[in-house]
Design a binder for this molecule. Structure first.
Ligand code: PMP
Ligand code: GLU
Length: 406
């Protein structure tokens, strides 16, 4: 049977499209929706999306924006009032100094990341990706004709990489280091000391840019978030990415933003001006209210995520062969499941985390995401942005199903 790429080649789609994979998180979400539509009782722990509704005070701001006729095109990089609010937020929460001209608001942090990569990369430029990394990083780099270069880590190292591991992968083609902290999918949080070590090493490589994806800033169980861009000597080469999808439960509003050196902000705005223009005006007004509020307004969600993390970690201990770190942020667990590779239930043999995810989806209707597209094929990602009831039911089903593999 023809693969998706072979089928595409039979049509006239571009080589660029053929180099791209479907987002694994979105693919798993699609498959679980399809099974649900067939009437199957699927528990989807695949999509990284808070299960909370957007807080009322933010919704009120959006309703007001509708009545105030925020129905027109906005400036491409976003409404000035919003960029002023983001500039204030960066100073208040992160010790970062960005003037409103250095801020570009986009249709989700996903577009922010794409804008930056399209602005900075020439064909063959290398982008260092500490693994595990968020699935879309490698494909965004591919789309921009850059070359993703993976830096491996593992559960025993809390899925972090050191300054010297990064340095080993630096070549004269290295253009960007891109990472998220708190990390999707591992939940690892880089400390100030670890980021300072990395920054010190980067002093020797002044041509390398850093994309610091801080979208899980407000879901950090250590309660200490450190922005690498606040280290003075990196000021001119760090692009800080953030947004409201995760911390404010606003995934569907589609707002992300960057603070960057002025020339990079201008470049991103130029690209965005030819692709999407400014994002939705109503969402921008809602975001202005969200980022202006004291972060304590949304901490109740972090507290609930922490309770769920502990619950799921406890339950996972009851399953043989699951090796998990203790994530300090975001809402994912990323256990090593390689113990099950080579095992079979009599009919189906599991050879990879992709096999394991398909096995769990088709047999006990629990949707996870394989670690392969995150750069760690020995792991699976479990999103615990779900009710306690669903989490307990899902882990019970997984335990029962895995016990059949010998
Ligand atoms: N970065 C990371 C690490 C993410 O997990 C996500 C989740 N979608 C994004 C960026 C993009 O978020 P959004 O486009 O919803 O702002
Ligand atoms: N960031 C989320 C995830 O990792 C949302 C889905 C996506 O945009 O990939 O699941």
């Amino acid at each position: 049977m023809a693969t998706e790429n072979q089928k595409n080649k039979m049509t006239k789609v571009s080589d660029r499209l053929n180099r791209l994979s479907e987002s694994a998180t979105l693919a798993m979400a699609r498959m679980s929706r399809e099974l649900k539509a067939e009437g199957k009782d699927v528990i989807a722990l695949s999509l990284g999306e808070p299960d909370f509704d957007t807080p009322d005070f933010i919704k009120q701001a959006a309703k007001k924006a509708v009545d105030d006729n925020f129905s027109h095109y906005t400036p491409v990089p976003g409404l000035l009032e919003l960029r002023k609010a983001i500039s204030y937020k960066f100073k208040r929460d992160n010790g970062l100094d960005f003037r409103p001209e250095q801020i570009v608001v986009s249709t989700g942090a996903k577009q922010s990341l794409a804008n930056v990569c399209l602005s900075l990369l020439n064909p063959g430029d290398e982008v260092l990706l500490p693994a595990p990394y968020w699935v879309s990083y490698a494909d965004i780099v591919n789309l921009a004709e850059g070359t993703p270069v993976q830096i491996s880590s593992s559960v025993n190292k809390d899925f972090k990489v050191s300054a010297s591991q990064i340095e080993e992968k630096i070549t004269d083609k290295t253009k960007i280091l891109m990472f998220s902290s708190p990390c999707n999918p591992s939940g690892s949080v880089y400390t100030k000391e670890e980021l300072t070590d990395i920054a010190k090493m980067l002093e020797k490589y002044p041509n390398i840019f850093i994309i610091s994806d801080e979208i899980y800033e407000h879901i950090n169980f250590t309660n200490i978030h450190f922005s690498i861009g606040s280290i003075p000597h990196l000021k001119d080469r760090v692009i800080t990415v953030n947004g409201v999808s995760k911390g404010f439960a606003m995934t569907g509003w589609r707002v992300g933003f960057i603070g960057a050196p002025l020339w990079i902000a201008k470049a991103c705005s130029k690209i965005q001006g030819q692709i999407t223009s400014g994002t939705c005006a109503i969402s921008q007004k809602a975001t202005e209210t969200a980022v202006s509020a004291d972060p304590s307004e949304v901490m109740f969600m972090k507290d609930i995520f922490l309770k769920r993390r502990n619950l799921v970690l406890e339950k996972l201990k009851e399953i043989k062969g699951i090796n998990c770190n203790i994530p300090q942020g975001a809402f994912y667990l990323f256990p090593d499941v390689s113990y099950y590779f080579g095992k079979a239930d009599g009919k189906i043999t599991i050879n990879s985390s992709d096999d394991l995810c398909m096995y769990l989806l088709n047999t006990c209707y629990v949707a996870l995401v394989a670690g392969t597209p995150f750069g760690n094929p020995e792991c699976v990602r479990i999103s615990y942005a779900a009710s306690e009831e669903n989490l307990l039911e899902a882990i019970g089903r997984i335990k029962n199903q895995l016990s059949k593999l010998k």
